[in-house]
Write a protein that binds this ligand. Structure first.
Ligand code: PLP
Length: 407
């Protein structure tokens, strides 16, 4: 019998030689922001558990109680028989947290974006997508069948031009990350709202890295920029600051009803585990009642940035001294706000080598390569958490100062 997929080993070898083949780790996570890899204890700066809720004893206990009562799996999709009281309570909690009429859950944030966009636009419509949007938004745009207009990152003039050209389309939908997941910068949401209103378009904002982190109440970047009422759809994930798993939309009853009927990634997938719903409900309640966690996260961000600024922030003199490439890389760092800190190294092998050196110094930091980021922009991506204490942050800063100054 011929070997199936004869091209595959060659293609894998090509990835390998380009420095782009992915290896997988076994990571043992701990509640204190550390983890263990191959017997080594490292501080984990590669996760998205921004508020340290994934291992919070109260969140764990909520999951355990639901497990004891209802078992592990939901047994069916939500519309058939999978929606338990735990699901209903989480929907209510999310709607109340977001100040909205209703909420709907999805298996993941990825599935939420794909299902929602495909439920809102089709081939009669045009969808406008920032080039650096998360893959799930891009995949949702593609799957929807709508005409796709990709604009350069946060370039409003290009978007405006494209909106102008699409005036005849049935519907126009602009989709954007609130916080760009690999760059840590924030979308110009006010300006996007202005454009959406001018061109009778709807704006969908993915708050995956905004929820729990940005805004006075932790509702995300839409809250902090005061555009909540102007944004047509806000998508959230339970898997980052909320520390569990799943995606959600909180919004008007009509939108939520529409998605219950039309979002195929929700309709045709098994409901979340009741234990996950119970855990997420408790996590959201903690986010509401303990704003100090968010304050601690921001103090951590401020500390690390202050220490790194000396090495990384572009200055007048460094612009003269450095090659253009180096200046660009520093600028990218300078645009990030909050817990995601990108350190662009350009070359994939350089990013992986830097990651190894940081591991040797006690820190797990993600090396991010194409296709997650555009070619030539491989980077270290640091993500900070309220779970990190001072010794974790000191270890990180010391390790980065050594590794970046020798590379
Ligand atoms: C992580 C992420 C998602 C996907 O969320 P999951 O719940 O992990 O599937 C969607 N959008 C953005 C911007 C993300 O960073």
């Amino acid at each position: 019998m011929p070997t199936p997929f004869p091209w595959m080993s060659e293609e894998l070898a090509a990835l390998e030689s380009a420095g782009l083949r992915r290896a997988r780790l076994v990571v043992r996570p701990f509640a204190d922001g550390a983890c263990e890899i191959e017997g080594r204890r490292l501080w984990n700066f590669a996760g998205n558990d921004y508020l340290g809720l994934a291992g919070d004893p109260r969140v764990v206990a909520a999951a355990q109680a639901a497990l004891a009562e209802s078992g592990v799996g939901a047994r069916a999709s939500a519309l058939v028989a999978g929606r338990s009281e735990w699901h209903a309570r989480l929907e209510q909690t999310l709607a109340a947290f977001e100040g909205q009429e209703a909420a709907i859950l999805f298996p993941t944030g990825y599935a939420a974006n794909v299902g929602i966009i495909a439920a809102l636009v089709d081939e009669h419509d045009v969808v406008f997508c920032d080039r650096l949007n998360h893959a799930s938004l891009i995949d949702g745009c593609r799957l929807s069948g709508a005409k796709l207009r990709v604009f350069r990152h946060s370039e409003l003039e290009t978007l405006e031009r494209e909106l102008h050209k699409a005036a005849e389309a049935r519907r126009r939908l602009i989709v954007t990350d609130a916080v760009f997941s690999m760059d840590g910068d924030v979308a110009p949401l006010r300006e996007l709202c202005d454009l959406a209103e001018r061109f009778q378009a709807d704006l969908l904002v993915d708050e995956a890295h905004g929820t729990g982190v940005f805004g006075e109440q932790g509702r995300g970047v839409c809250e902090s920029l005061d555009v909540e009422s102007r944004v047509a759809v806000r998508v959230g994930t339970l898997s980052k600051a909320i520390g569990t798993l799943g995606g959600f939309v909180a919004g008007r009853q009509s939108l939520v009803d529409w998605l219950w009927n039309k979002a195929r990634t929700q309709v045709f997938s098994t409901a979340l585990s009741p234990a996950i719903c119970a855990a997420a409900t408790t996590a959201v309640e903690i986010i509401r009642s303990e704003p100090d966690r968010r304050a601690k996260l921001w103090r951590n961000c401020e500390f690390v940035r202050q220490e790194l600024d000396a090495v990384l922030r572009p200055s007048e003199s460094s612009a003269v001294r450095d090659s253009d490439q180096a200046v660009l890389l520093r600028l990218q760092y300078g645009r990030s706000v909050g817990p995601i800190i990108p350190i662009l190294l350009g070359d994939p092998d350089a990013a992986v080598a830097a990651q190894r050196k940081l591991e040797d110094r006690g820190c797990l930091v993600a090396a991010i390569r194409s296709p997650t980021v555009p070619q030539g922009t491989s980077r270290l991506r640091i993500s900070l958490s309220a779970a990190h204490d001072e010794s974790a942050l000191q270890t990180l800063v010391g390790a980065l100062q050594e590794v970046l100054s020798v590379s």
